[in-house]
Design a protein around this ligand. Structure first.
Ligand code: IPE
Ligand code: IPE
Ligand code: MG
Length: 247
């Protein structure tokens, strides 16, 4: 099979999974896995920048994760606050813009405060963007987008006759982001768990057995290497892609 190398993905999105099992295997409480997972987050943000990835999206908390035991949810929120507080200076130093997608308005006030401060402190950077998916779920995103879209139609800003993916997708949380080129899920699970369902329509997927606390820059490099060999056809044939068009 001919190699069809893709350039470095502009946007990598990661479903960071396996913290709990990583801890359990070591006889540790689940929260210890989440703590180690935060350290992985820090190293992968740096690695992504070094590798020239312009957008890195990390699935940190899903709308379904509220169903976990209350003490785990509380610990995750505290860790999130701690991460944002500690990481803001590093993001500024490395000139990384922070964005969040999800129903962030429903996060606890102490988390929202840190999140808003970090977003404001990094808003002027343009080279690299870190997107945290927080209280995120694709289905709630569609509901929120449909509501905003309907309001725009009712206000006469959009004609329903002009409905298209372009006009609708401007109402998603990801309106200002390119679609992910590569989606990685760690810990050996083969599912998308309500993550970027629409945006990943033509993403390449890499699943790795490595649990998130053990995920390293080398694993990211390996995922990108696998991605670079894929042929992204977007519904066309392989032969069409090899035909050089001159217009
Ligand atoms: C991912 O690890 C972190 C979050 C979903 C917040 P998990 O906590 O899902 O770890 P496992 O899947 O139970 O091992
Ligand atoms: C997906 O992981 C959500 C995040 C990584 C934040 P989960 O561990 O919550 O997913 P399921 O429940 O195994 O599908
Ligand atoms: Mg999990």
């Amino acid at each position: 099979m001919p190699e069809t190398p893709n350039p470095t993905p502009a946007h990598v999105a990661i479903i960071m999974d396996g913290n709990g099992r990583w801890a359990k295997q070591r006889g540790l409480p689940r929260i210890e896995g989440h703590r180690r997972g935060v350290e992985t987050v820090r190293s992968i943000i740096d690695a992504a920048k070094e590798l020239g990835i312009r957008y890195l999206t990390l699935y940190a908390f899903s709308v379904e994760n509220w169903k976990r035991p209350q003490d785990e949810v509380g610990a995750l929120m505290s860790l999130l606050e701690y991460f944002l507080k500690r990481e803001t200076a590093t993001l500024v130093k490395n000139q990384v813009r922070l964005l969040a997608i999800g129903r962030t308005q429903d996060l606890p006030e102490f988390v929202r405060r840190q999140l808003e401060a970090a977003i404001a402190a990094t808003a002027h950077f343009t080279g690299h963007t870190l997107v945290l998916a927080l209280n995120y779920g694709s289905r709630t995103e569609v509901i929120d987008a449909a509501r905003a879209y309907a309001a725009a139609v009712a206000a006469g800003k959009i004609s329903p006759d002009d409905s298209s993916w372009e006009t609708f997708s401007r109402h998603l949380y990801t309106a200002d982001l390119p679609d992910p080129d590569l989606v990685i899920r760690t810990s050996g699970e083969y599912r998308v768990s309500n993550f970027l369902l629409l945006q990943a329509a033509y993403s390449e997927f890499v699943f790795t057995p490595v649990a998130w606390p053990d995920f390293t820059k080398a694993d990211l490099v390996a995922a990108i290497a696998a991605y670079s060999k894929r042929e992204r056809r977007y519904g066309q044939t392989s032969e069409q892609l090899k035909t050089v068009t001159t217009d």
